[in-house]
Design a binder for this molecule. Structure first.
Ligand code: AKG
Ligand code: FE2
Length: 247
């Protein structure tokens, strides 16, 4: 029996290509989120079988969405490069969009929403995240000391700056703290997020073009192996990567 218990526990805590979960790190969590989630990693080196674990009913839809969202992410990266005063292709050159993670959340009705959270405050570790939500409210972003509602909009998408882009841009872009309230509506709240990261075991840090004597590097260089190690310890904390590589 102990073997079966250990095997089941490891299923729940596994870090596979596709994982079903409530909290990213259940054993480290002080409280659980009021939601159900599935996440899938789509790495440049993974074959078509990486899609197999995605629930069959939404697999095709998610894959199609991933294609369109990736095209959108390409355009967003060009605009973000230009916003830094760089050539439009500069961020793309860094393979910033090669490694992808999809996270889908189902927030069921919560009878006591004031006593729970749908998803605790966090910043995304990624370069950027593009998310979509159904018609049920709940997402909030922190602006100064205030929590601002990000209201659902038909066909609208939300683009979040992640910690890694904050590092690469030497703080010219800041990752956004956001959270999801527990769902007080009888309709479930549904969201999909597409998280983009570099794909190679290369060095990342503030871009040399953005470092000057008056704006020295705020972060040390780090490689993807180091980044993944930090992510694996805490995937949904606030400014986890930013604080890990700060000089
Ligand atoms: O459910 C949402 O709208 C946000 C999800 C989110 O922030 C995340 O998965 O990192
Ligand atoms: Fe997030």
């Amino acid at each position: 029996m102990n073997g079966t218990i250990a095997a089941f526990k490891s299923c729940r805590e596994q870090n596979d290509t596709v994982t079903y979960y409530i909290n990213e790190m259940p054993s480290m969590a002080k409280s659980m989120n009021w939601k159900d989630s599935v996440k899938a990693f789509i790495e440049p080196w993974s074959g078509p079988e990486c899609y197999d674990g995605i629930p069959s009913g939404c697999r095709k839809g998610l894959m199609e969405l991933l294609d369109s969202v990736t095209s959108l992410a390409d355009i967003v990266m060009e605009l973000l490069s230009e916003g830094l005063g760089l050539e439009p292709g500069r961020l793309k050159e860094l393979t910033c969009l090669e490694s992808k993670k999809i996270r889908c959340h189902y927030y069921p009705y919560c009878p006591q929403p004031d006593l729970a959270m749908g998803l605790k405050p966090h910043t995304d570790n990624s370069i950027i995240a593009i998310t979509m939500q159904n018609h049920v409210n709940g997402l909030q972003a922190k602006h100064g000391q205030e929590w601002v509602e990000i209201k659902p909009k038909d066909e609208g998408v939300i683009v979040n700056v992640g910690d890694l882009l904050q590092i690469i841009s030497n703080d010219q872009y800041k990752s956004v703290i956001h959270r999801v309230k527990a769902n007080s509506s009888r309709d479930p709240r549904i969201s999909f997020g597409f998280f983009f990261n570099p794909g190679e075991e290369d060095y990342y840090g503030p871009l040399p073009e953005l470092v000057t004597p008056t704006k020295p590097a705020l972060y040390r260089n780090c490689n993807m192996a180091e980044i993944r190690k930090v992510e694996n310890v805490d995937d949904t904390g606030i400014k986890v990567l930013v604080n890990s590589f700060k000089l």
